[in-house]
Ligand binder design. Structure first.
Ligand code: FAD
Length: 326
């Protein structure tokens, strides 16, 4: 302990570096799945913002103490830090601001799709310039009294058009509940598009699309993006009850025009038929040529992990996962 204090007094910026080490340790520990699962998302998110402070506090000590980072090596290190900072400022601040000013996003209307599930139609200028693909997601900040400070990810639930985007939100917590009654005209700040859960990333022409619950949103958009063809897609939609099904009419129309087969798997988690259907035997029964297909899976993280194992057992090589978890 005495030696630690002596180091802190003798070396420049060492106390700041110790604090940075403590913060990085805390960030590492709270990233362990078991720990993260016990924290509220907002708590986890705000703890992770301390990574910026930790990086700043660690910096001065690295270049003022020791001989490793002197001369060209020191300048190279500073340039790396500068690049990381510029990337963060661009990605987190300037790009969303530029997108917002350029496209002027606003809520056009909110339409209820099922109990506790609503589609938010977002309008704006020159939306083709976003280059968004069906299956991708954005982080949305809706500028309402209580919601402006939080950014939440939502996937496009329809192919984007020149003047409109659609996301569909299930009320699972306080924020998503508030979104069900967003007033038209609310301004929106968006970050994205993100992700490669898109038709363009498939290797085979034929696909199997598996959605559970509100995981149907990117699957619905992906189906729309597939070229019309003969039985290229099988869509498996897992929901607890018929009332939970979202987009039934749209899915049936898309399945018809795309030559796709649509399978609903209804029943709660204890239902033996629904459970059996998502085992290796059940899936092979539903889609006998499954190994010749790309598989796209979206839903709650637990179910996506389960299906990753099942698809691995079946030998499906091209698996694309969207577990609604960052
Ligand atoms: C890539 C991606 C795409 C998604 N697409 C959709 C979609 O199309 N439709 C839909 O209804 N839901 C979607 N979700 C889930 C949606 O983001 C969460 O349900 C929502 O953020 C919950 O916020 P809340 O405050 O209402 O609920 P809470 O009760 O605070 O949280 C419910 C769950 O959402 C997680 N969560 C909370 N806030 C965030 C956040 N800011 N960022 C990431 N996760 C968070 C929590 O860890 C928790 O597991 C998506 C999630 C991800 C990661």
């Amino acid at each position: 302990m005495e030696q630690t204090w002596s180091f802190i007094r003798s070396y420049p910026w060492l106390l700041a570096a110790y604090v940075a080490f403590g913060l990085f340790t805390m960030i590492g520990l709270t990233s362990i799945r078991a720990v993260k699962g016990r924290l509220r998302y907002e708590t986890w998110y705000h703890l992770h913002l301390y990574a910026y402070l930790a990086a700043a506090l660690a910096f001065a000590h690295q270049i003022t103490a020791g001989a490793d980072l002197t001369g060209p090596a020191g300048w190279f290190w500073i340039a790396l830090y500068g690049t990381a900072l510029a990337t963060a400022v661009w990605g987190r601040l300037l790009r969303p601001l530029r997108l917002t000013l350029r496209h002027g996003f606003r809520v056009g209307r909110v339409v209820q799709e099922a109990p506790g599930v609503s589609s938010i139609h977002i309008v704006g200028r020159r939306l083709r310039g976003l280059n968004a693909r069906p299956g991708q997601f954005f982080r949305f900040r809706f500028l309402t009294g209580g919601g402006w400070w939080q950014a939440h990810p939502f996937s496009l639930s329809a192919a984007p058009s020149a003047d409109g985007l659609r996301v569909t939100v299930k009320a699972l917590g306080d924020h998503t509940r508030d979104l069900q009654t967003l007033p038209a005209g609310t301004r929106v700040i968006m970050e994205g598009p993100y992700g490669d859960f898109t038709a363009g990333s498939r290797v085979n022409d034929k696909v199997v699309l598996v959605a559970a619950g509100i995981g149907i949103t990117p699957i619905r958009a992906l189906l729309e993006d597939l070229p019309p063809g003969e039985a290229r897609a099988v869509v498996i939609y897992r929901a607890r009850t018929e009332h939970e099904i979202v987009f039934a009419r749209e899915l049936e129309e898309l399945a018809y025009t795309r030559g796709a087969r649509l399978v609903y798997l209804l029943g709660d988690d204890r239902d033996p038929h629904a459970r059996e259907a998502l085992t290796p035997r059940g899936l092979r029964g539903l889609v006998p040529d499954i190994t010749d297909r790309d598989a796209f899976v979206c839903g709650p993280p637990g179910l996506v992990r389960h299906l990753r194992g099942v698809l691995g057992t079946l030998g499906v090589r091209n698996v694309h996962l969207d577990p609604f978890e960052l």
